[in-house]
Design a protein around this ligand. Structure first.
Ligand code: AMP
Length: 398
């Protein structure tokens, strides 16, 4: 069965068509600047060059139409008709406390997702627009929602409650939810597979180090803690997000700069992290590693603070689980950036890791990084959120 995986943002839509039997990506692509002048579709059939088409996409329904057109096109298409799409899997950012696993999208479920909108006002409405556009164009194709928050719903109360008046949890559901759940689940299971162990017997720390970044503690296959919180702003220092800080800073900056709290939050989301720390130099770890190597001290400061924060979370989660068997690096920087892994590795030897500097040079593939006598396994496992969404979609529609 072919599964169309959709990841819909407010002005973008990423897609992959995956053959669920072979798990091959038949085609993938991206619609950009939906609803804005200069919108563009980039479509790439497997093994072929990208095809870029500039065309007006006033809304997401038109974007989905263009995606279907490309997928079924005589020249660049990979299927003959819509009938060859067995189901659509949608990435949904926030499922609140309602969704602890992937779910078939019925009218009722969609209403419940809408009720989570105020927990992720930038993401969930966009995800819903994608869902509604797909339902309009493919009314007979089953749709499944896969939530970024779902895997972390197993966190115990002590991990998800904040130290604020309990009434805010009761009234507004303010708590830690965590994100990147599809990736943390995929990677922690894959680690067990590679090691030939039952996931139930492992304590795993997953470091998902992309532009957005989070760490999770996975005990016996279940998430018991994770660094992102009510929103994806908490936790690690990220590409452009601040991660943890003293909450009083928000008001302090607002008063000093004479800006609103909303504007400060925007700065914490978009102008902070390693971008802010490097004094606006770059949010990209390739740029930072290069600049640091050629003497840019501000880039070095950003990388040091970044790695230090990851290491502190690893220490915390080793304590949370009373031990750790495996530490996995995944996502853009985790998979590819040897410098970042080296810096983190310098702190975590005390738990029993020993990252081999030669193996650490490997990029973007499954590899065990541990050297001789390591008591805790360190590894790289490339994440594949689209494949994980396709797998969960098939399980529900079969
Ligand atoms: P993601 O959000 O998972 O796509 O990750 C994006 C981050 O991964 C960016 O900060 C990139 O700098 C980093 N990244 C991607 N490829 C590489 C690479 N080859 N070397 C170093 N960092 C990389």
């Amino acid at each position: 069965m072919n599964i169309l995986v959709i990841n819909c943002g407010s002005s973008s839509l990423k897609y992959q068509l995956i053959d669920s039997e072979t798990e091959e990506v038949l085609a993938k692509g991206l619609c950009e600047r939906i609803g804005i002048a200069g919108s563009m579709l980039t479509h790439q059939p497997a093994g072929q060059d990208k095809i870029k088409t500039e065309a007006a996409m006033p809304n997401h329904t038109v974007a989905v139409q263009m995606v279907i057109q490309s997928l079924t096109d005589e020249k660049v298409g990979v299927i003959k008709s819509l009938d060859e799409i067995g189901a659509v899997g949608h990435r949904i950012v926030h499922g609140g406390e309602k969704f602890s696993e992937a779910t078939i999208l019925t009218d009722e479920v969609i209403k419940e997702i809408e009720e989570c909108n105020d927990l992720a006002p930038l993401h969930n409405p966009a995800n819903l627009i994608g869902i509604n556009s797909c339902r309009e164009i493919m009314p007979n194709v089953p749709m499944v929602g896969v939530f970024d928050t779902a895997f972390h719903q197993t966190m115990p109360r002590k991990a998800y409650l904040y130290g604020i008046p309990y009434e805010y949890y009761k009234k507004y559901k303010i708590r830690r939810y965590g994100f990147h759940g599809t990736s943390h689940e995929f990677v922690s299971r894959r680690a067990a597979e590679i090691l030939g162990k039952d996931v139930k017997d492992l304590k795993t720390i997953v470091c998902h180090l992309g532009n957005g970044a989070s760490v999770s503690a996975v005990q016996g296959g279940k998430s018991v803690d994770t660094s992102m919180g009510l929103t994806p702003l908490e936790g690690l220092i990220m590409g452009t997000r601040s991660g943890d800080l003293d909450p009083a800073i928000v008001n302090f900056i607002a008063e000093k700069e004479k800006i609103s709290v909303a504007e400060v939050i925007n700065i914490l989301n978009k102008k902070s992290g390693v971008l802010g720390l490097s004094d606006g130099f770059s949010s990209d770890f390739r740029d930072l590693a290069e600049a640091s190597a050629s003497g840019n001290d501000q880039a070095t400061a950003a990388l040091e603070a970044y790695a230090y924060r990851v290491a502190k979370y690893i220490g915390a989660y080793a304590a949370a689980m009373n031990g750790v068997d495996v530490i996995v690096f995944t996502a853009g920087a985790g998979e590819n950036n040897a410098e970042v892994r080296k810096l983190i590795g310098e702190y975590i030897g005390f738990v029993g890791t020993n990252i081999d500097p030669e193996k650490n040079k490997i990029r973007g593939e499954e590899v065990i990084l541990s050297g001789k006598d390591a008591k805790v396994v360190t590894m790289i496992i490339p994440t594949n959120e689209e494949l994980a969404i396709a797998r969960q979609t098939v399980m529900l529609v079969k």
